[in-house]
Design a protein around this ligand. Structure first.
Ligand code: GAL
Length: 384
């Protein structure tokens, strides 16, 4: 036996020994995994929900890329239910996960699970959403969330005609009536999206180019618990009844996520807005979005939703796999941001990916040519 083989065998035996008799059978993480073959390592992947197409794509991408790298994968979705997610993570730990990748439902609700992971020396990667209020999160892979908010606000201005897609001044001058929607307040990202958007919109609200007829301009007023489509639809209905039944026309809606956008659009259509023809006074307002969910991409293609922000889940999965591999080889993953994401206890080293705005004209080049969707999926609004 060569020395390397002997070492590998020794490492595997040690890892097996630790797994077999270590605390609660928990996996070891860190240096104990460094000599193990990927096939002998198991990674728990906890995703928030399968009701949103976005998280299904994330789950698929993370699972397949981890499996391609040889790892065993335990992928679980939690139906947007906090106790379910806690219990699934508890189980991953007791079943001997060597590393956890978690997209939290409530970023503050997992401290107990993460303490158990730390006690078992299991590295934890926070996926897309920052896990807050704990020391025991080791790395964060996400997109530039403040930039998402800025891009959404700029897309709103483009939809209103105040600005062109290249950032130059548009043909319109306003004033325009807009309403603001935000995400779920238990998701750290919601604040980044809203703050990024307001950094662009606030000066235009201050100088009167933009007006919010409802007056609801805080994130608390604009929030949408669990990012639910139905909740957004019902708030939009309330806003229309409260501030627009005197003939006031709504011109634009800042929406942070495609599911919320579809709820808003349904409420608007039920109230008589649309189709989006410039000649009708009741044209659908410009509605932004995020995630390039296929149902919304189809609406953008049809001129119903005006834009979305594309976050390529394949790239996020790749970063998660790169970080996981580094931890399992007892190395530190490479961060490109070590300042922005303070989780209340520490600044979590992060890898941020760029985002891209998609208008109808960009669907082919950004989403179809890259193989993210087929043309048939865009036409049908459903993924195959
Ligand atoms: C956020 C995520 C968004 C969107 C939203 C609703 O955390 O960053 O891209 O998916 O959740 O699922």
């Amino acid at each position: 036996m060569s020395n390397k083989l002997k070492l590998t065998a020794l490492g595997a035996a040690l890892a097996f020994g630790l797994t077999a008799c270590g605390g609660g059978g928990a996996g070891s993480g860190g240096s104990d995994t460094a000599d193990a073959a990927p096939e002998d390592l198991s990674i728990g992947v906890s995703m928030p929900t399968q009701t949103s197409e976005r998280w299904i794509a994330d789950g698929d991408a993370v699972q397949s890329q981890l499996e391609d790298a040889g790892y065993q994968v335990d992928l679980q979705f939690a139906n947007d239910d906090i106790p379910t997610q806690s219990q699934q993570i508890d189980q991953m730990i007791t079943e001997g996960a060597d590393l956890l990748i978690i997209a939290a439902i409530d970023g503050t609700a997992l401290s107990g699970q993460l303490q158990a992971a730390a006690d078992a020396n299991i590295p934890v990667i926070s996926y897309d959403r920052l896990i807050r209020d704990t020391e025991n999160v080791d790395f964060y892979v996400t997109f530039d969330n403040f930039a998402v908010g800025e891009a959404q606000a700029n897309a709103l201005l483009v939809g209103l005609g105040l600005q062109n897609a290249d950032g130059s001044a548009g043909t319109e001058t306003g004033p325009f009536n807009i309403e603001l929607f935000a995400g779920s307040l238990d998701d750290n990202n919601a604040f980044f999206f809203f703050d990024g958007a307001m950094s662009v919109l606030q000066p235009l609200l201050d100088d009167g180019t933009l007006v919010i007829p409802s007056g609801q301009n805080t994130i608390e007023q604009a929030a949408t618990l669990r990012w639910q489509q139905e909740t957004a639809q019902s708030r939009m209905e309330t806003l229309l009844t409260g501030s627009y039944n005197d003939g006031t026309v709504l011109d634009g809606v800042l929406s942070p996520y495609d599911g919320i956008s579809r709820g808003i659009i349904t409420a608007l259509q039920n109230a008589g807005y649309g189709p989006n023809l410039d000649s009708t006074p009741q044209a659908l307002p410009a509605v932004t979005g995020q995630d390039a969910e296929i149902a919304s991409v189809a609406l953008i293609d049809q001129g119903v939703q005006s834009s979305t922000i594309f976050k390529d889940t394949r790239n996020l999965a790749e970063q998660a796999v790169t970080a996981a591999t580094a931890f399992l080889q007892d190395e530190e993953p490479e961060a490109n941001d070590t300042e922005t994401y303070d989780n209340g206890v520490k600044v979590v080293p992060s890898y941020l990916l760029p985002v891209e705005t998609v208008y109808a004209d960009d669907i082919q080049s950004v989403l179809v040519d890259s193989g993210y969707y087929t043309e048939a999926e865009v036409q049908s609004g459903q993924s195959d």
